[in-house]
Design a protein around this ligand. Structure first.
Ligand code: GNR
Ligand code: NI
Length: 171
């Protein structure tokens, strides 16, 4: 197991559209394990492969308070959406920024598991939000894309400033 580096907005690699996984092999299982370790270490509830600069369609999530319900979705597809919910979202790739986003309240998802077998699952509430947020990442979309151009510009400025301050400390 190893912890992976998380890309930070406005890194252009976060805009890459992830490729379908053709074969669920040991490399994919290793990636899923490393992503779970990275997510738990960062105290996140979800992580998409895009965020660790791997452009393959894989996401992990765990919305339980004990970190006891890891979920791995390979090649996820939303096959049904119902209702709408508004929630303050954050993102490990957009640290320190929170904003309201509208998402479907309930979704039905198809995916492959770590044995490469297809399955379907339903999610609602926070897990539904998380899966929709991670699936956006796999398509190169970030929650700040739903903000007004003005707010998005302020977020970009703030994070670039943070990045520069960080580079000065390291220099
Ligand atoms: O840890 C996370 N919390 C969160 C809170 C509200 C809505 C979405 C999320 S996902 C985020 C982790 C992350 O950036 N996943 O891509
Ligand atoms: Ni995110």
């Amino acid at each position: 197991m190893s912890k992976l580096n998380i890309l930070i907005f406005p890194d252009s690699r976060l805009r890459t559209k992830a490729q379908t996984i053709e074969q669920v092999d040991d490399e994919v299982r290793q990636l899923a394990n490393d992503m779970l370790e990275t997510m738990y270490d960062a105290a996140g509830i979800g992580l998409a492969a895009t965020q660790v600069d791997v452009h393959r369609r894989l996401l992990v999530a765990d919305v339980s308070s004990e970190g006891s319900e890891p979920l791995v979705l390979i090649n996820p597809e939303i096959i049904e959406k119902q209702g709408e919910q508004l929630h303050d979202e954050g993102c490990l790739s957009v640290p320190g920024i929170y904003a309201q986003v509208a998402r479907a309240e309930k979704i039905r998802v198809s995916a492959l598991n770590l044995d490469g077998e297809p399955f379907e699952t339903e999610a609602e509430g926070l897990l539904a939000i998380c899966i929709q947020h991670e699936m956006d990442h796999l398509n190169g979309v970030l929650f700040v894309d739903y903000l007004s151009p003005l707010k998005k510009r302020l977020v970009r400025k703030k994070l670039l400033k943070m990045k520069r301050a960080n580079e000065e400390v390291l220099a």
